[in-house]
Design a protein around this ligand. Sequence first.
Ligand code: GLU
Length: 553
Amino acid sequence: MDYKDLADLIFPDAKDIYYYEEKYPERNLKEGAIVTRIAPSPTGFIHIGGLYQGLIAKKLAAQTGGVFFVRIEDTDQKREVENGTTEIVTSLNNFGFEPDEGMVSETEGKGNYGPYKQSMRKEIYQAYAKYLIEQGKAYPCFCSPEEIEQIRAKQEAAKIRPGYYGVWAKCRNNTVEEMAEKIKNGESYIIRFKSPGREDRKIKHHDVIKGNVDFPENDQDIVIIKADGLPTYHFAHAVDDHLMRTTHVIRGDEWLSSVPLHLQLFHELGFKTPKYAHIAPIMKNDDGNKRKLSKRKDPEAAVSYYEQEGIPKEAVKEYLLNIANSNFENWRRANPEKSMDEFELQLNKMSVSGALFDMVKLLDVGKTVISRMTAEEVYDNAFTWAKKYDEELAKMLENKEYALKVFGIERGNKKPRKDISKWSDVKENIEYMYDEKFNEKEQEYPYQVINNKEDIEKILTLYLEKYYDDSHDKQQWFDSIKELAGEMGYAKEVKEFKENPGKYEAHVGDVSTVLRVALTGRTNTPDMYEIMQILGKERIAKRFEKAIQRNRV
Ligand code: GLU
């Protein structure tokens, strides 16, 4: 009885690994092409961290003429949720991170290197486990969970490193005959890797993001095939990323400490190692404490949050890119018109420690992103969002022609308005342009410098009677307000006002404020000339009348 017989006994039906080596040949890509992936577990909604990895992987592959694929890691079937795969794929597609290869539904995939779901690859892992057993590099372990627990307790009592290694690795010293005997007797077992490593030796490793790192070698005989016949993460990682011809493993830095084990597995399996790039997690400032953004505690960790809030996807993407490479911000400033796809992402410029997630900044990016949109785009996005999340807004937007005018105010010029950061801001932002909304509540009129009742009434009355003319262009319109200021005894120019302290009670700008407040109930609005053009004389008159009535009480 030798290792070969033992391997045949354990996996009688497994194919020869050369079958798979030939089936999944080296990819024929140009020099420097990056083949990378994300490998989520289908355990619920996709986390912002998952999206972040998706962005990085997609962009690097696209930039280099490589391949981006999605592999579903469902070897821990207890944690799986229904439709988990579909949810991941849908979220990625929604953000424009459509993979070149990978699962497209729960059971279907696209690409020549699949299946892209680990539970569908059982026989492949078994072939490679068999291959290791044949060479004496893996063995069946018959220790029960209770025995493993006893070993752990002894180690703890003796204050030594826990795990299944060296003298503690009881089953590694069984003879082939003993192993075969136990199997034939029906004892249950799992498969362990027989680590050739020694803890007192160091390995040096270069991580694309973290730089040079030193680790002790791995000496743990880790489980590679579990009792259910499925592989552990470590073994599946080696087999899959080899067969899928991944060039760069880009993953969360919680895996950095597993690198010695992974390098060892690649080596013992005879695989070429990929490059590793370990990404620092996205952090959150929680009352002065920096911690990982948490799926459980933070609503903004869920990708669905952005949709509900109406934060444009472009903004989320730009913001994530900004976290990934801090030089993106400068690039964006220098190239305000360019698509973010033109920015070249560099892995080695990613920060070694976790960047803070800053909602204020994200919303600011949102403002810029929305300011670059046409009125039509703003309308489409806001309407789509409203139909799902805000019935009242959806109703307001039904009159498209009118809404386009409202969204068109100060848009499409050099310095477009920057006052909407997310679709859920829209209602608040435009409601004064809707009479029903404007009239529905007891309107506040926050007049400023000019605030006595007579002056206000006089300004509003005179303006309509004498100065307003809807055929005025913007200059004429403004000149007429100056005239009105003059008639009221205020300075017609701000400059004049400033140069003659004490001479005037107010200036033309203060008159504008009275008009603005009476019209909109706000001190701050986009261009008032455009607002008046949209409202038209009749509605302006009604609003002034309302303001005057209110002013009298
Ligand atoms: N399923 C692993 C995780 O979610 C994947 C890590 C990797 O990218 O290799 O953490």
